[in-house]
Design a protein around this ligand. Structure first.
Ligand code: HEM
Length: 141
């Protein structure tokens, strides 16, 4: 299910399920003209990382082909974080998402109840009405 996973990655790029995470500086560092002292906390934010046009040209466009081949460079696509504290559930999450997609696509024709339903971030992006769907089994067609 390579294309399904590429489409899922592109969905997570545009709507990262986790907004980011915190790190505590273990030494003074300088970054981009700012000094962050040892002991301070820094928050990395996945959404702004994912919208960098240097790595994702035309960043507002939904384009699963961005993940073809070797995909984006390391640490530019971080829905599961990165480094030693990267989400240990990422492969399990991939399997659950693909099993879900497979079953929905294989067994049902589905459509959105409200095609204009808004997404609100609190800060995790969620459909405002819970994304109600119409599901019709293929066997009924
Ligand atoms: C789409 C699903 C998921 C997303 C987007 C996600 C995202 C994340 C992110 C961004 C982090 C922080 C990584 C960092 O600090 O660099 C994290 C940490 C973590 N996630 Fe997930 N996660 C998902 C599913 C899961 C699942 C299914 C599990 C367990 C079965 C899981 C367990 C954990 C744990 C234990 C941590 C803390 C790791 C640590 O601090 O060392 N996650 N996740």
């Amino acid at each position: 299910m390579k294309y399904s996973w590429r489409a899922t990655q592109e969905t997570m790029r545009l709507h990262p399920p986790a907004p980011g995470a915190w790190r505590q500086c273990i030494a003074d560092i300088s970054y981009s003209g700012y000094t962050i002292p040892k002991g301070w906390k820094a928050c990395w934010v996945s959404f702004s990382t994912h919208m960098n046009p240097e790595h994702f040209p035309d960043p507002d466009k939904f384009d699963p082909s961005r993940f073809e081949g070797s995909g984006p460079p390391p640490y530019t696509f971080v829905p599961f974080g990165g480094g030693p504290r990267m989400c240990p559930g990422n492969e399990y999450a991939r399997m659950v998402i693909l099993v879900f997609l497979h079953n929905v696509a294989k067994h049902f024709k589905w459509s959105l109840v409200d095609a204009d339903e808004k997404i609100a971030a609190d800060p995790i992006p969620r459909p405002t009405n819970g994304l109600p769907l119409n599901l019709r089994p293929h066997s009924n067609e």
